[in-house]
Design a protein. Structure first.
Length: 412
């Protein structure tokens, strides 16, 4: 618990009158009327309001447009989650429900899916630590950028695989609070130190011990692909390569949009992905300065492009419009979530989605990143999103609610 200490001041005490005494030598400054310290003030411990419960039981009727949603469109994602859930306590909570889901088959009709969900699951309304029910909903997508297998003046932005010297630090057995932290580092002498930041990685150039998979054409487009976590690269012959998230340098994500807003370069309304791209085109000399404000850097691996969408953190393909990224400290990977928000034009989005991904900027209880799919239209939708929304986690009726890991308070 953080304690605030009030420092005691020193107060001048008045000279106490004494009976007449023989004259004394003129006192030196050090011998003049003494300065008396006040009694120490005891430290004051401020009252800390405990966080509100993250989950509260809700009724199905609390979910807006629950009866209208095509819940069968989320069914393949639920079966995929059942196959991929790895966290032991989550896997145990879902064991019976997943077995029943598999028995229902691959393509049940909408009414059968809705009946299954209402029979086996309980909606749990998510709340923030201050008991508010709304939180930030952003959007992401799988972009398409241009690139090459070979470096050239036209294609000069390296797409790195995971460096050989990047360490993944797992301290959860000794420090449980680090269980949901991304800890990365490198060895320097006899110490493990933070891995290189974005600016340092780019400054190292060929000295970085990492294979270059491809060479991208546009640094801004590649930056946004890193933010999205995966994407496709179109080569000169028209073929495409999917690059998927493989690891990250361990530095926290910092918004370049926020940096531009704080410096008066863009307004909040202008700081969409499209607005930032326009700023970059108008300010090429300041592009490096802008990109380096985000020290986070993503490394990739190649994957097949045919058939399914990109894989999220759960390791299953993400379905457009039916998957979200969440904060694992509150929402377990693999859980179904009913989400409700409105687009900037007022159009409501109320549907069943699957929590199958995470992201460096996804922090908070009622917080989601909505996956729109692949291509330019998905990018347009994702780029304009910064909405307020609500979330309900659908959880097995007989299982205890998910365990919530509260962020440690400074000085606690």
């Amino acid at each position: 618990m953080k304690r605030i200490w009030i420092l005691a001041g020193w107060f001048l005490a008045g000279c106490v009158s004494q009976p007449p005494a023989p004259p004394a030598p003129e006192p030196t400054p050090a011998q003049s009327c003494p300065v008396c310290p006040a009694a120490p003030v005891a430290p004051v411990t401020p009252e800390v309001t405990p966080p509100a419960p993250a989950y509260a039981p809700a009724a199905w009727s609390d979910l807006p447009d629950w009866q209208r949603d095509r819940v069968e469109d989320a069914w393949p994602g639920l079966l995929a989650s059942c196959r991929a859930i790895r966290q032991p306590e989550v896997k145990a909570a879902w064991a019976a429900t997943c077995e029943a889901a598999r028995a229902l088959g691959e393509k049940p009709a909408g009414p059968a899916v809705r009946n299954f969900l209402e029979t086996h699951l309980q909606p749990l309304a998510l709340s923030n630590a201050d008991a508010s029910r709304e939180g930030l909903v952003t959007g992401y997508y799988e972009p398409l950028i241009k690139g090459s297998r070979w470096k050239s003046a036209k294609n000069a932005v390296p797409v790195h695989a995971v460096p050989d010297d990047l360490l993944q630090l797992d301290l959860a057995e000794v420090y449980p609070d680090t269980r949901h932290m991304r800890l990365r580092g490198r060895v320097e002498g006899r110490k493990v130190v933070p891995y290189w930041s974005r600016a340092q990685i780019e400054a190292r150039g060929d000295a970085l011990p990492a294979r270059v998979l491809l060479w991208a054409q546009d640094p801004v487009e590649f930056f946004f692909l890193q933010v999205q976590g995966s994407g496709q690269v179109e080569l000169a012959d028209g073929s495409r390569v999917r690059i998927a998230y493989a690891d990250q340098n361990g530095h926290p994500y910092k918004s370049i949009g926020r940096w531009l807003i704080d410096r008066g370069e863009l307004t909040l309304a202008q700081a969409s992905m499209q607005g930032i791209q326009k700023w970059a085109q108008a300010n090429p000399a300041r592009l490096k300065e802008l990109l380096d404000t985000n020290p986070s850097y993503v490394f990739f691996r190649e994957e097949a492009t045919q058939g399914e969408g990109p894989k999220g953190s759960l390791g299953v393909p993400l379905a457009a419009g039916r998957a979200i990224a969440v904060d694992l400290r509150t929402v377990p990977l693999g859980a179904p979530v009913f989400i409700s928000f409105a687009m900037p034009d007022g159009k409501p989005v109320r549907r069943l989605v699957m929590a199958q991904d995470t992201g460096g900027a996804i922090r908070g209880r009622v917080r989601a990143d909505f996956f729109w799919g692949f291509g330019a239209e998905a990018g347009r939708l994702a780029g304009q999103m910064r909405q307020q929304g609500r979330m309900w986690v659908l959880w097995p009726k007989d299982a205890p609610p998910p365990v919530v890991v509260e962020p440690a308070r400074p000085g606690a």
